[in-house]
Write a protein that binds this ligand. Structure first.
Ligand code: SAH
Ligand code: SF4
Length: 384
């Protein structure tokens, strides 16, 4: 589906500004060096490899630091290109160690990125793929915000770079990383922006750069069925499906995209996901909504639905937001629900809400900070 891009509300990625080398793929970097006359075509591969290492392994943002590149070449690069991060509008750190950055890519184009220590192997970075979302899941705050635009590959990569700057994680450590996993669970529907998501993954997983294994990169989708196979074929990423309901009537209401791609079609596409195996399971995300989808009958229906699929089930306590019409299930209900799944042999961790004090939890992103800025403009003070 083509997402409607409302470019009147925000600026599109600029076509005229100098190219930022920090966001290019290897091929893009090579082509840019040739185009600017910095490297002759027969030397461009080698030159690009050299620059690549400085940019993606050492994380430098200053051409002068590329100590093994001839001074004259560095000057030519500095004249032709930039090497920089987007503007960080706000940085917050929560009591439980979660860090959140509100990043401005260009005027009116802002998204949030969240680092959650203790998730995945060491810590997971939750990245955004769009500003806003075209879908309107009824429990999601981001869904109340119209799509501004897709983020470019470079803008997605820059979220990882910003986090690594803040964590002091350059050069890329071989072991003991803080940022060990990436989840596309921030704002937006990544499968409506697959080209850019795939491009970003190519850069992030490159062995001579940030070098995150694709097995540690998870893409979460509300169920864009025709894009599942392309996602697997092109990126090898781990798959997460935002399921939330086991029957079409309820899922139609919670995840309206279900009207287009109902559960049976979604499950068929999940079963056919390239590379799915016991070692590479799909994660089903299930938000716990009080009195809506949290009965033991729902739990049993969920077990039946995922039968035969190598799966993990992630129970997400609902994070309320101002104006939301749902409540989070009681803790005892969530545990009873999880017990049914566990007895059926499914690992079903309950995702502890993290970073709630800075509104960094699932589904709380961006719209709230937008609102907070608006209220700050009205000279009102407000704490999250
Ligand atoms: N658009 C993609 C990825 C971003 S949403 C998707 O829908 O999968 C990331 C996860 O947060 C999804 O599983 C989504 O269902 C969940 N989520 C959204 N709003 C939430 C809320 N208020 N409380 C808890 N989880 C929420
Ligand atoms: Fe968009 Fe995902 Fe939120 Fe649904 S849950 S509105 S697909 S960001």
């Amino acid at each position: 589906m083509a997402a409607t891009l409302d470019l009147s509300r925000a600026s599109a990625p600029s076509q005229t500004a100098p190219v930022n080398l920090a966001g290019l793929t290897r091929e893009g970097l090579k082509a840019a060096l040739i185009a600017a006359g910095v490297a002759a075509p027969d030397k461009a591969r080698m030159r690009a490899a050299q620059v690549w290492r400085w940019v993606h392994h050492y994380g430098v943002t200053d051409f002068a630091k590329m100590s093994d590149v001839a001074k004259e070449t560095r000057t030519r690069m500095a004249d032709a290109f930039v090497l920089r991060r987007p503007e960080i509008v706000e940085r917050q750190q929560s009591r439980d160690g979660v860090r959140k950055w509100l990043i401005r890519f260009s005027p009116g184009v802002e998204a949030e990125t969240v680092f959650i220590p203790g998730v995945g192997r060491a810590g997971a970075l939750c990245v955004s793929s769009q500003v806003g979302c075209t879908l309107n899941c009824s429990f999601c705050h981001t869904g109340t915000q119209a799509l501004v635009r897709n983020l470019t590959g470079a803008e997605i990569i820059s979220q990882v770079q910003v986090a690594r700057d803040d964590l002091g994680e350059w050069p890329s450590p071989k072991e003991d990383r803080q940022l060990s996993n990436i989840v596309f669970m921030g704002m937006g529907e990544p499968l409506y922006n697959l080209d850019n998501v795939a491009e970003a993954m190519e850069v992030i997983s490159d062995n001579e750069g940030i070098a995150l294994s694709r097995r540690r990169i998870t893409v979460s989708t509300s169920g864009v069925v025709p894009e599942l196979k392309p996602l697997g074929d092109r990126t090898n990423a781990m798959l997460a499906i935002s399921l939330h309901a086991t029957n079409d009537a309820l899922r139609d209401e919670l995840v309206p995209l279900n009207r287009k791609y109902p559960i049976a079609e979604l499950m068929a596409a999940v079963k056919a996901y390239p590379g799915l195996s016991n070692a590479r399971r799909v994660t089903f995300e299930y938000v716990m909504l009080k009195g809506v989808n949290d009965s033991l009958a729902d739990a049993r229906a969920l077990v039946k639905l995922v039968q035969g699929v190598p799966a993990k089930i992630n129970l997400i306590p609902f994070n309320p937001w101002p104006g939301s019409k749902y409540e989070c299930s009681d803790w005892a209900t969530i545990e009873a629900f999880a017990a049914v799944l566990n007895r059926a042999g499914y690992a079903s961790p309950i995702r502890t809400p993290r970073g709630r004090d800075i509104l960094a939890a699932c589904g709380q992103l961006k719209s709230e900070s937008e609102k907070q800025r608006a209220s700050a403009l009205r000279a009102m003070t407000r704490t999250a």
